[in-house]
Structures are given as C-alpha cells and as structure tokens.
Design a protein around this ligand. Structure first.
Ligand SMILES: Nc1nc2c(ncn2[C@@H]2O[C@H](COP(=O)(O)OP(=O)(O)OP(=O)(O)O)[C@@H](O)[C@H]2O)c(=O)[nH]1
Length: 312
C-alpha cells in the first residue's frame, strides 16, 4: 500500500482463516482470493477436512489463508480431533473471518461458533456476509444488523462486517485489502509463486475423496478417507510429454461400503478415477495416470492408530 506521498508502506504478512457453518462459502471465497482452485468446494456440507492454505501474493503483502473444517458437536474421535484443529487454528492466525450466507438466517450453530470464537483471545474478528448475489439489498441489510446484534450478544467486537460474493467477485478485492491491513508488518512467509504449502499429495487425496463422495454422500458421509501412497513423474518420458503416476488408496470402514464405492463391475470406481484425474490434471497442469484401490480399514473414525495413519 502507498501513503499520501505515493511511497510504498511497510510489507505485511500473516494468516487469516474463514470459519462458519457448513456450506457458508468458505472454500469458494478462499479460491476467489487466491485465484486458483486449492480448497475443496462441494454442494454438500462438511467436505473440508484438511487444513489447506492458499496464499495471496501482492507487492505490499502476503496473506496466507487457512481453510479449517467446520466446528461440529463431536460424535466420534474424528469429530473431537476436528474441533481441536479448529480452535488451535483460531489461536494462531491473525484474522478469523466468520462467514454468514446472505440468504440464510443466523441460527444456533452460528451463535455457538461466535461464542466459542469470543473465548479466543488476541485475534481480530471479521464478519463476512457471503453469497450476496443470492440476496436482495434489503436481505443483506438485515443480515448486517443481525450480525451486529450477534456481536453484542456474544461480546464480540467485529473489526469489520463485509458483504461479498465470491461468485461475482463483488467486494472480494476489498476484503483482501481489509485483511492485509490487519496483518502485522513482516517479510513474505513463503516463496513467491507458492499457491499452497500443503503437500500436493494432500490436495490430490482431497480431490479423489471429493470425487468418490459424489452421489453417495448420504450413504457414506464420513466413511471415506484417501491416502496417496506414491506420486512421481514417470521415468523415461521426454520433458514435453510428462506423465505423473499417482497411486492412491480409498479407505472405507466396512466391506459393504467397499461394494458401493467400486460399483457394478468396477464402473463407479472407474468414473471416480476419471473425474478425480481430470481435477488433478487441471490443478497440477500435468497429464496424470491415476491408480485407485479400495481398502477396508475397519471403523477408522474411532481408532486413534488408524486416524494417525490417515493423517488426522
Ligand atoms: N451463488 C453463490 N454461491 C456460492 C458463493 N460462494 C459459495 N457458493 C456455493 O455454496 C456452496 C458451498 O460453498 P463452499 O465454498 O463449498 O462452502 P464451505 O463453507 O467451504 O463448505 P464446507 O467445506 O462444507 O464447510 C457451493 O455450492 C458454492 O458453489 C457465492 O458467492 N454465490
């Protein structure tokens, strides 16, 4: 940023995290800010599980976006781990931005979340009204008032309340500017050009998981985990015709779920492989050979050893 004389101000760098109810639009907003698909979006709730960072590089600042899972009432060990992950992240970032969809009323879940966030000290809290393209100006106005009231009710001081649409891009640039203004002065934290510091394997695993859940989410909502076992460029290929070999395991909890994932004569698994491969190729910009295997890891959500192995 420049001061009144046009001189550049100090370089700033730091972390921001979007939180909010499932489907609030956090991943889409992360992508809109970063400009490339790094977080996982879907039309069904609760797909974001891994902490994936997108990095906004600007001449005046580097903003690292941390995409956390939603906060849920824990029912399994996995649920508890996820909640721990969320609160740990809140305490470590410079800005926590709570997302409220413009077209949905504030509910008990939002109240719970904001009240929990109020307990975290030393973090700047921003409220973001998302999906403004889906609401009328009057609805957006009401939402702004409701958020202000929620702030008073929970003892939360909002540094800003900002309406945005990740879809149309409306106010996304302003949101980036506001975030940057809230970051401490400091040098870039990551080398230029890095869009994410998550290992590519994690992104790839998330894309495979997203593809595998498509259409069977109701039957297997939380029962699929994906681990990339091996990933590397095929040897002996010329530089202009690279091929990335990826071997991944899809873990399900029960034998019956294995059948669902594989489908009749393997048809579903093939479709999942094709969909995931296209996504991975788009993300990494390299032709991909994707080899998928389905394995049963009995009750992995409740078993700490399995959870560790699967990266939780
Ligand atoms: N019309 C419109 N739809 C949006 C906008 N942002 C997100 N969506 C849609 O809302 C749905 C949820 O968006 P996500 O970005 O996956 O939401 P999330 O908060 O990351 O969801 P979880 O990962 O489940 O917590 C998707 O279908 C998006 O396409 C927006 O600005 N406008």
């Amino acid at each position: 940023m420049a001061d009144a004389e046009g001189k550049p101000g100090p370089h700033r760098s730091g972390f921001a995290s979007f939180v909010g109810r499932p489907n609030a639009g956090k991943s889409t907003l992360t992508n809109a800010l970063v400009g490339t698909k790094v977080a996982i979006t879907s039309s069904k709730p609760q797909t974001t599980r891994t902490v994936i960072r997108g990095i906004v590089h600007r001449p005046d600042a580097q903003l690292v976006l941390v995409d956390t899972p939603g906060l849920h009432r824990p029912r399994t060990l996995l649920g508890e781990r996820l909640n721990d992950l969320v609160t740990t992240t809140w305490a470590e970032v410079d800005v926590v931005a709570v997302c409220f969809p413009a077209n949905e009323r504030i509910g008990p879940g939002d109240r719970f979340l904001v009240a929990e966030l109020a307990k975290v000290r030393r973090t700047t809290r921003v409220a973001v009204v998302t999906k403004t393209d889906l609401a009328t100006p009057a609805q957006i106005g009401e939402q702004l008032l409701a958020i202000q009231a929620l702030g008073v009710e929970t003892g939360t001081e909002w540094a800003e309340i900002v309406p945005v649409s990740a879809l149309s891009g409306d106010q996304v640039g302003l949101l980036a500017d506001l975030f940057v203004g809230m970051l401490p002065e400091g040098p870039p934290l990551y080398p230029d050009g890095d869009l994410t510091d998550s290992p590519e394997e994690i992104l790839v695993a998330e894309l495979v998981r997203e593809a595998a859940l498509e259409g069977v989410r109701d039957e297997l909502p939380h029962s699929i985990a994906v681990v990339v076992e091996e990933m590397g460029l095929r040897e002996g290929r010329s530089e202009d015709r690279p091929l990335l070999d990826i071997h991944a395991f899809l873990y399900v909890e029960r034998q019956s779920q294995k059948g669902i994932v594989i489908g009749h004569k393997g048809s579903r698994l093939r479709a999942v492989g094709t969909a995931a491969r296209q996504q991975i190729e788009a993300l990494l910009g390299t032709p991909v050979y994707l080899d998928l295997h389905v394995k049963v890891a009995k009750d992995w959500q409740r078993d700490p050893r399995q959870l560790r192995k699967l990266g939780f």
